[in-house]
Unconditional design. Structure first.
Length: 94
């Protein structure tokens, strides 16, 4: 039976996978989202669904900041990089 420590230690073992991003001409590694990251992305989607004309969420840039990682699953971009990611062509972020 799992105990508290065993459950909390599962956060260190996020799965990663490699994807080919044709607009960028190379491959990237993505990682699984944490519960908090997924909650944040889902709340952004929900807000956009309610009123798409009044919300500028930077959803794609935020998701990329959360997902793009090195081979060990460490984020490549911090929350401070979202504005820079938001300026990239959309083709690489979809």
């Amino acid at each position: 039976m799992l105990n508290r420590e065993a459950i909390l230690n599962t956060a260190t073992g996020r799965k990663t996978m490699v994807l080919d991003v044709k607009p960028w001409g190379d491959k990237v590694t993505i990682r699984g989202l944490s519960a908090g990251e997924l909650d944040h992305v889902e709340s952004m989607i929900s807000a956009y669904d309610k009123d798409p004309m009044s919300i500028t969420t930077k959803l794609r840039a935020t998701a990329c900041a959360y997902l793009l990682s090195d081979a060990s699953g460490n984020r490549l971009f911090s929350d401070a990089d979202v504005d820079a990611l938001d300026q990239l062509p959309a083709a690489g972020l979809t």
